[in-house]
Ligand binder design. Structure first.
Ligand code: SF4
Ligand code: SF4
Length: 116
């Protein structure tokens, strides 16, 4: 069975351009949406995303909506804990494909590391 994990050298979900996420206000509270918008840099990447290392500079203190955790995904998307694995894999897939392309090394690496 494929098991979700965040793979190194990706960061696709740190591209936050609101134009690509028109339904943000459907799952973020007004306060979270405000916080989200403060993170968006001029190029759409999160201001805390290091584009060289492809790592989060504030990982330990990243916002709640950045965390792939059962209670967060339940609150934001109504996902039950036993659905989290498949849902997270689908989310990463969609995001990686949209940022890096469906033939990208990032997607190949993700598929291999989660066991797809
Ligand atoms: S898209 Fe998925 S694998 Fe890539 S950085 Fe985000 S959580 Fe990790
Ligand atoms: S705070 Fe960190 S994990 Fe969240 S979008 Fe920004 S760089 Fe990514």
């Amino acid at each position: 069975m494929a098991t979700w994990r965040c793979v190194k050298n990706c960061g696709a979900c740190c591209q936050l351009d609101p134009a690509d996420r028109p339904d943000l206000d459907q799952y973020l509270s007004p306060a979270e949406l405000e916080q989200y918008l403060t993170l968006v840099g001029a190029d759409g990447w999160c201001i805390h995303f290091d584009q060289v290392t492809r790592e989060c500079r504030i990982y330990a203190d990243r916002p709640r909506f950045c965390r792939v955790e059962p209670d967060v995904f339940h609150d934001l998307y109504g996902i039950e804990p036993d659905e989290l694995n498949d849902f997270a894999i689908d989310c990463c897939h969609e995001q990686i494909e949209s940022i890096y392309g469906y033939r990208s090394l990032e997607l190949v690496r993700f598929n291999r590391e989660v066991g797809l």
